[in-house]
Design a protein around this ligand. Structure first.
Ligand code: C5P
Length: 236
């Protein structure tokens, strides 16, 4: 049970997002990038299709970001986090909008696990805009909502947030140097942005203060995924 904490301090901030339900495809990808990335990310899609057994089979002893974005009452979220003991994860996500008690329960549950995963909060989903927030009854605009939830994350014992590249600078200032900023929406110079609307290069994001870069398609759809990851690492 040493993989998580040990590798969190690794010098490789690249987290490769494995977005598929196909277990054979996921395994092949993970085997090809395992020595070139710091961690892999499996999310709701993969987990719903393949469960804990599938995660164990694909991740093996590679540091894992389990991106299930838990959002429920404190007791249930704490129980779900404790249940990840069977998977041994390095990073787990929960929704910061689940409230103070839920965040505190999540932080406490994480500390009880042998792998001591870090827990990061999802603030406002990047698929939402100001009008969407208003429609679901939130008074803040996106930027203020992200800022407010990041403060709550910090106050309630979580380790950081998932944020867009364009929030790195402000959140790094607001939340201090130890706060973890896990950043998707990263594109190496010259690569296709796909459906990502606001992208940044790996180097720009790291220079602004990102802790981890979540990168999917620029690695997984490359002809040689391992080389693509190595090139990104070299660019930092
Ligand atoms: O392929 P790509 O590099 O766009 O993958 C980014 C990964 O980060 C995907 O797994 C996506 O679901 C995730 N993500 C994101 N934007 C967020 C939160 C998570 O792109 N705001």
């Amino acid at each position: 049970m040493t993989k998580s904490t040990g590798n969190l301090s690794s010098n490789n901030p690249i987290i490769c997002a494995i977005d598929t339900t196909d277990i054979a495809k996921a395994k092949k990808l993970v085997q090809s990038v395992r020595d070139s990335v710091g961690m892999i990310k499996l999310g709701l899609e993969f987990f719903t299709a393949n469960g804990v057994a599938g995660v164990r089979e694909v991740a093996g002893d590679i540091p894992l970001f389990l991106d299930l974005k838990f959002h429920d009452i404190p007791n249930t979220v704490a129980g779900a986090i404790r249940a990840t003991a069977a998977i041994n994860t390095s990073i787990i996500t929960i929704h910061a909008s689940g409230g103070k008690a839920m965040m505190q329960a999540a932080a406490k549950a994480a500390k009880s696990l042998p792998s001591s995963p870090i827990i990061v909060g999802v603030t406002a989903l990047t698929s939402l805009d100001d009008d969407d927030l208003k429609a679901i009854g939130f008074a803040n605009n996106i930027q203020n909502q992200v800022s407010k939830l990041a403060d709550l994350v910090l106050e309630n014992g979580l380790d950081g947030v998932v944020c867009s590249p364009h929030e790195i600078e402000i959140l790094r200032k607001q939340c201090g140097k130890d706060f973890k900023l896990v950043v998707p929406g990263i594109r190496p110079a010259g690569s296709a942005s796909g459906d990502q609307k606001r992208v940044m290069t790996p180097k720009e994001a790291i220079n602004l203060g990102a802790s981890y870069l979540v990168i999917g398609r620029p690695i997984t759809e490359a002809e040689n995924p391992a080389q693509a990851a190595k090139d990104i690492l070299a660019s930092l």
